[in-house]
Structures are given as structure tokens and as C-alpha cells.
Design a protein around this ligand. Structure first.
Ligand code: URA
Length: 210
């Protein structure tokens, strides 16, 4: 299976991402831009969402017209930075369900350890969209999708803002069946696992915890 990367190059996405990268941007402005960017990324990642026809009446005639079943979508936020993606995604697909995965990296072994996992029921009927702004080493993304696959969702997609080439390769080696949607593929990781040039610590910048 050939792994798929959707590099979202839309000018609006690129413009907002540039503003988010700037180090002096306030928490308020960073969060607002992330909100807007999430809506644009939601538009891309839902492009192949199934639709069904319902019969409606316009002021002039009846017709069969397509609708989506938003409830069939589950946004899975990888805590904590993935939460920053949620509001914008839910604004576009308000009926979607939401799952959470909490992982931390054990400082000694560097292995991702799960501390929280909560999904809606009937995952086998749902299309899962995993949200994590930074695909850095790829370790937590791989662990999150490993765990999510245990619930057997109908499909899985992964959305981030930035990917490091190393992290992308690592993720695709483990999950070639999961398409990745990213606004940028940056240069590399630094020695602490941060994406260069990147935008810093996404969680700290979203929540103002730096
Ligand atoms: N997580 C972040 O928030 N930023 C990075 O650059 C890498 C991982």
C-alpha cells in the first residue's frame, strides 16, 4: 500500500500558518488563527465524506439532494495540543462525535505511555479523524493510531499542521493505510524533538502555558 500525504497548499492555509509561526504572536491571536486553520483543514479532510440523498422541498419543487451524516464522524484529539483543533473542526461538522487520547513520553524509555482513552460507542460505524498539530518524531501519532485501530473504526485519517520528514516517514512505515493531511512539511527535527523551523511548542502556544 502506498502511503498518502495531502499537503494542503491553499493560500489561505499557508498565510495563516505563516502568521502562527511568528514568535511574537499573542496566545489570543495564535488560538484564533488555529481556529480558522482548523476549519480550512476540516474542509480538506472531509472531501470524500459519504453523502446520501434526502427528499426536500424548495420553494418551487421537490428534489433529492445530498446530505452528510456528521454523527458518523469522530474527531479524535491527541491531548493536549489536538484539543486546539477541535472547535474549528466542530464548527464545520457540528454533529461529529469526539474522542480523546492522552499520551506522555516516558523520559527514560521515550516510549509513549497512555494515560487517557475515551471513544464514542460503535466505532466500527464511524470515520475517525485524528487531530494532532505537530507530527514531530511520530512516536505519539503511531501510538495513538495503534490504540485507535483496536476500536476498529471504518476509516482513519490523520490531520496535523506541521510534519517533520522523519516523523512522517516513521508514521507512514507503521500506518501506510492512514492518509496524512498537513499544511507544511518542515526541514527536520532538532535534538530535543522539536520541528525546525516549526512554530515552537504547540500546546504551550495554544494554552499560554509557556
Ligand atoms: N511538539 C510541539 O509542540 N512542537 C514541536 O516542534 C514538536 C512537537
Amino acid at each position: 500500500m502506498t502511503p498518502i500525504v495531502h499537503h494542503v497548499t491553499h493560500p489561505l492555509v499557508q498565510h495563516k500558518l505563516t502568521l502562527m509561526r511568528q514568535k511574537d504572536r499573542s496566545t489570543n491571536s495564535f488560538r484564533r488563527l488555529l481556529h480558522e486553520l482548523s476549519m480550512l483543514m476540516a474542509y480538506e479532510v472531509t472531501r470524500e465524506m459519504p453523502t446520501s440523498l434526502i427528499e426536500i422541498e424548495t420553494p418551487l419543487a421537490t428534489m433529492r439532494s445530498p446530505v452528510i451524516d456528521g454523527k458518523k464522524t469522530v474527531f479524535v484529539a491527541v491531548m493536549r495540543a489536538g484539543d486546539g483543533f477541535l472547535d474549528g473542526m466542530l464548527e464545520v461538522v457540528p454533529g461529529a462525535r469526539v474522542g480523546h487520547i492522552g499520551l506522555y513520553r516516558d523520559p527514560k524509555t521515550l516510549v509513549a505511555v497512555e494515560y487517557y482513552f475515551k471513544m464514542p460507542q460503535d466505532m466500527h460505524e464511524r470515520d475517525a479523524i485524528v487531530l494532532d498539530p505537530m507530527l514531530a518524531t511520530g512516536n505519539s501519532a503511531v501510538a495513538a493510531v495503534d490504540r485507535l485501530k483496536e476500536t476498529r473504526p471504518k476509516s482513519i485519517r490523520f490531520v496535523c499542521l506541521l510534519a517533520a520528514p522523519e516523523g512522517l516517514r516513521h508514521f507512514q512505515a507503521h500506518h501506510p493505510d492512514v492518509p496524512v493531511y498537513t499544511a507544511a512539511i518542515d526541514e527536520r527535527l532538532d535534538e530535543h524533538g522539536y520541528i525546525l523551523p516549526g512554530l515552537g511548542d504547540a500546546g504551550d502556544r495554544i494554552f499560554g502555558t509557556k
